[in-house]
Design a protein around this ligand. Structure first.
Ligand code: NAP
Length: 287
C-alpha cells in the first residue's frame, strides 16, 4: 500500500518506521527540507518532501501535525488527493477534527493512538511505539465501511489494540484519564510553588521522592500539549474539573470537620477504584 504521512515528528515518524518496515511505500512530508532528508537517510520513508503534492499517489494519508494545524493541513492537502484516498489523523481530541474534515472528505476516519513519550520531533520517533497500546478509531454514520476496515487493518498491523467509539465518547473518556490529570498535576505544582517559606520549599524539593515524581509528571510536561487539550476539549475538560472540584471540596470538608470516618470511606473507595482504571494498562508489555 502507498501510505502518506504529514508531519514527521514523534507520532508521524514512528508510524513511518513501522509501516515502512512492514513493506509499505511510505511518503512523508515535513515543512523542513532537512527533516525530509534525515527521514530518507535513516531509511524510514521511501521518499519525503516539503511538498504535499508528493502524497497524490497515496492510498491512505495519516495527518500527524499538532491539533491546531490539522484542519489547515487538510485544506492544503485535499486538492492534491484523489477522492478515493483514505485520510486519517492522530490528533488527541476527536470531535472538532471529525466535525471539520468528515463533511468534506467522505473517506475520513478519525484516529488517536494512545501512545507517546515526553519527547517530540523526528529524533524522538521509535519503532513499535504503538504495539500493545490502545489505538482508537472514531467512525461516524457516514464513514464508509471500507475506509474503516482499511485503517483498522493498518492499526492491527502496528499491533495496536483497536477500539472504536463515537468522537464524543472518546473526548469525554480522554478528558478523565488524560486531560484532567494534566490539569490536576499542573495545579499541584502551582500550589507547591506558592509556599511562602523559602526554606520549607527548598527542604521539600530535597525530600521529594517517587510519590511526588508520579503525581507531578504530567503537569510538568510540554505546555503546548496541555494548552491544546484545554482549547480543543474545553467542554469535557471543564465538566471533569467541576466534578473534581466537588470531590476536592468534599475532602476538605471532611478534614476541616475532622470527620475521619468520612475521609476513610472516601479513601477506601478510591483504593478500590484505582485497579479498575489501570488493569488494562498493566497487562500491556512495558514500553
Ligand atoms: P511532534 O513530535 O511535534 O510532531 C509534529 C510534527 O508536525 C512536527 O515534527 C512538525 O514538523 C509538524 N508541524 C508542527 N507544526 C506544524 C504546522 N503548524 N503545520 C504543519 N506541520 C506542523 O508532535 P507529536 O507528538 O508527533 O504530535 C502530533 C500529533 O499527534 C498531535 O495532533 C497530537 O495530538 C497527536 N498525539 C500525540 C501524542 C504524544 O504523546 N505526543 C500521542 C497521541 C497523539 P515540521 O516542523 O518538520 O514540519
Amino acid at each position: 500500500m502507498k501510505i502518506g504521512i504529514v508531519g514527521l515528528g514523534l507520532i508521524g515518524g514512528s508510524l513511518a518506521i513501522d509501516l515502512h518496515a512492514l513493506g509499505h511505500t511510505v511518503l512523508g512530508t515535513s515543512r523542513q527540507l532537512k527533516i525530509c532528508q534525515q527521514a530518507i537517510a535513516q531509511g524510514i520513508v521511501t521518499d519525503a518532501s516539503p511538498e504535499l503534492s508528493l502524497l497524490t499517489a497515496a492510498d491512505v494519508v495519516f495527518l500527524c501535525t499538532p491539533l491546531g494545524s490539522i484542519e489547515a493541513i487538510f485544506n492544503q492537502l485535499a486538492p492534491c488527493l484523489s477522492p478515493d484516498t483514505i485520510v486519517t489523523d492522530v490528533g488527541s481530541v476527536k470531535q472538532p477534527i471529525v466535525a471539520a474534515i468528515a463533511p468534506r472528505w467522505v473517506n475520513f476516519v478519525g484516529g488517536h493512538p494512545m501512545a507517546g513519550t515526553a519527547e517530540s520531533g523526528l529524533d524522538a520517533a521509535q519503532s513499535q511505539l504503538f504495539a500493545g497500546n490502545p489505538y482508537v478509531l472514531t467512525p461516524i454514520a457516514t464513514t464508509p465501511p471500507q475506509a474503516l476496515s482499511t485503517v483498522s487493518e493498518l492499526v492491527r498491523s502496528l499491533q495496536g489494540q483497536l477500539y472504536q467509539c463515537p468522537p464524543a465518547d472518546h473526548d469525554r473518556a480522554v478528558a478523565w484519564i488524560s486531560h484532567l490529570p494534566v490539569m490536576l498535576s499542573a495545579s499541584l505544582l502551582t500550589a507547591c510553588i506558592t509556599e511562602p517559606d523559602r526554606a520549607v520549599i527548598e527542604l521539600a524539593k530535597k525530600l521529594a521522592s517517587s510519590g511526588f515524581r508520579d503525581t507531578s509528571r504530567v503537569g510538568g510536561g510540554n505546555p503546548e500539549l496541555g494548552l491544546m487539550m484545554a482549547q480543543y476539549n474545553q467542554p469535557e475538560l471543564l465538566r471533569c474539573l467541576e466534578l473534581y472540584r466537588q470531590s476536592l471540596e468534599q475532602l476538605i470538608y471532611s478534614i476541616q470537620q475532622q470527620n475521619w470516618p468520612a475521609l476513610e470511606a472516601q479513601l477506601t473507595q478510591t483504593q478500590h477504584a484505582r485497579p479498575e482504571f489501570i488493569k488494562e494498562f498493566i497487562k500491556r508489555p512495558p514500553a
